[in-house]
Design a protein around this ligand. Structure first.
Ligand code: ADP
Ligand code: MG
Length: 207
C-alpha cells in the first residue's frame, strides 16, 4: 500500500502518488512513457531508494530486513555475479540457508522451466543481454519471493524466450500466489499476463 509518495530530484517532482494498492497474489502491470517514474516506483517499493516522502506498507508492516527477505527486484540491466550461471541461481538460496540438496533441486528445476540448462556452466559475464535477463529471472523465482518486482524483464528478448518468461512468471504467480509487479512497455504483454494495469504519466497515476 502506497500513501502520499513524493520523490523529487532537485525541484523536479518525478513521482507523486497519493494512493495505490498493489493487490496481493495478483500480477499488476505498470506502463507509461519513458521518464514517467516506473523505475523510480520500483526503486522505492524495494527500498533501493529510501530517499522519498510518504509511506509504503507491506501487509500493514513498515519496511524491515524481514520484509526485504521476501522481496526480489529484477533490474532492467541485471547485475550477475562473476561466477557460473548455476552459482548465480543458487546464491539467493545460500543466503537463506536452504540445505544443499534442495539448492540443487530448486536451481535445476527453475533452469529447466526457463529452458536455460545449457547456460549452467557459463559465466555471468559471457551472456548476452537477453540471456542475462533470463538468468536474472531464474535467480529471482528460485526462492519464491512473496513480492516480485520486474523492470521491463523482456525488453531485449526474442519472441520465443518472451513466451517462456511470461509462462514462468504466470506459473510462479499461480503456484505460489506470489505478488508480481511488472513494468512493461508492451501493452499486449500487459493484457496477456496482468490482472490489473496501472498507467503512469509524469509521475502520476493516469485514470
Ligand atoms: P521510467 O522508468 O518510467 O522511464 P524513471 O523512473 O527512470 O522513468 O525516471 C523518472 C524521472 O526521474 C525521469 O525524468 C528521469 O530523468 C528522472 N531521474 C531518474 N533518476 C534520476 C537521477 N538519479 N537524477 C535526476 N533525475 C533522475
Ligand atoms: Mg525505467
Amino acid at each position: 500500500d502506497i500513501e502520499n509518495i513524493k520523490k523529487t530530484y532537485g525541484d523536479k517532482i518525478v513521482l507523486d502518488i497519493s494512493n495505490m494498492t498493489i493487490k496481493e497474489g495478483k500480477i499488476t502491470g505498470i506502463t507509461g512513457p519513458n521518464g514517467s517514474g516506473k523505475s523510480t516506483l520500483l526503486n522505492i517499493i524495494s527500498y533501493i531508494d529510501d530517499n522519498f516522502s510518504g509511506k509504503v506498507k507491506y501487509n500493514g508492516m513498515d519496511f524491515s530486513k524481514e520484509v526485504a527477505k521476501n522481496i526480489t527486484y529484477v533490474l532492467q540491466k541485471p547485475y550477475l555475479l562473476r561466477r557460473s550461471v548455476y552459482d548465480n541461481i543458487v546464491y539467493p538460496l545460500k543466503l537463506r540457508k536452504v540445505d544443499n540438496k534442495s539448492q540443487t533441486k530448486y536451481a535445476n528445476d527453475i533452469m529447466k522451466r526457463l529452458e536455460i540448462e545449457d547456460l549452467s556452466n557459463k559465466r555471468g559475464q559471457q551472456l548476452s543481454g537477453g540471456e542475462s535477463q533470463k538468468v536474472a529471472l531464474a535467480r529471482a523465482l528460485v526462492f519464491k519471493p512473496k513480492l516480485l518486482l520486474l523492470d521491463e524483464p523482456t525488453s531485449n528478448i526474442d519472441s520465443e524466450s518472451v513466451k517462456i518468461m511470461e509462462r514462468e512468471i504466470v506459473n510462479f504467480n499461480k503456484e505460489t500466489s506470489g505478488t508480481v509487479l511488472i513494468v512493461t512497455h508492451n501493452l499486449e504483454q500487459a493484457q496477456r499476463i496482468c490482472d490489473e494495469v496501472i498507467s503512469l504519466d509524469l509521475g502520476k497515476v493516469r485514470n
